[in-house]
Design a protein around this ligand. Sequence first.
Ligand SMILES: Cc1ncc(COP(=O)(O)O)c(C=O)c1O
Length: 382
Amino acid sequence: MQSFNSKLQNIGDSIFSVMSQLANGQKALNFSQGFPEFNPPQQLIEFVNRAMVNGFNQYAPMPGYKKLLESVAEKERIIHNNNLDADMEITITPGATAALFATIQALVNPHDEVIVLDPSYDSYDPAIRLAGGRPVHIPYDIQNLEFPWEELELKISAKTKMIILTTPHNPLGLCFTREDFECLAKITEKYQTIILSDEVYEHMVFDGKKHVSVLGIESLKYRAVKISSFGKTLHTTGWKLGYLAANKILTAEIRKIYQFLAFSTNSAMQIGVAEFLDANPNWELGLSDFYQSKRDYFFNKIQNPKIKGTPSSGSYFQMLKIDHGFEMSDYKFAVELTKSRKIACIPLDVFIQDQPQTNWFRFCFAKNDDTLKQAADIISNL
Ligand SMILES: Cc1ncc(COP(=O)(O)O)c(C=O)c1O
């Protein structure tokens, strides 16, 4: 048995793999991992196939194919009013996770502090530690679903290199407003803190609200990085395709790392996605309505006085508070639920640093209506 000094001690398989495996083994409905139950549009699959047949099977250029870079720049301009230079300010990556990793490795130096708002996507913390940085975890006020402004002001200092935000938030479903970003700009101005804004659910914002991107905030965009995921936008999480956008200086620095992390990203999919987005200019604009009707269907079908929650404002996750009455961790309860009631979800305690029991659970509603109905029936009968 080889012995070595693990760089990520106490890190096992992610909760998403654990719960998905359990769901499969138990033949349970899998509302845990964040992926759609349905296929991407047939036309997109055909465009990717055609790109392969047409010879897009070798390395793509490091930052991405021009066609896709230009398509992203155009979308950013039309949808968010962000003016980006396609060549110098956008980089296509193998999913948002790789974009996050490259950004953190590039911009965080040993001993830098990085503020992470809990519950947080599970790749942030290890990526910071691998860069030699120190994650500083600040919890959201979960019971009131509020951003912890006071604690942020207390914890921010000259040592804070970066703050990582998620908007729309996974798992809480909260969305940063323009006022929130402006408040953040004021708090961070003195230290010129970099804002890494994970916006993978940017096209799933409900009840008439509009997504606000960090790059749309004048006072922040020169020190901000935006991350997005075609996996979320095109129902293709398994394709691992995403992008990062930032000004030229930050982009150049991040690309130095990215070229050694992956060098470039799947050629045929880049071409297929670019062609699909060009052929369907309103694709992203339809996603909010599409997912809002799923949220409403699922949420309204659940009739159980023991279950609490407010409808998600964005993302494809719904948080539900289940007062299960057991003195057990959220995690144990979620395992129990998967085994006995055949529905898997993600317990909230695993997203939080010191893992207190919260009784909150995340359900992914990117499912077909009959699956949503089955799940709502199970939850209603708990
Ligand atoms: C907040 C957040 N960021 C990043 C990702 C990863 O996206 P990708 O699959 O494109 O790497 C996810 C996926 O669940 C996510 O929820």
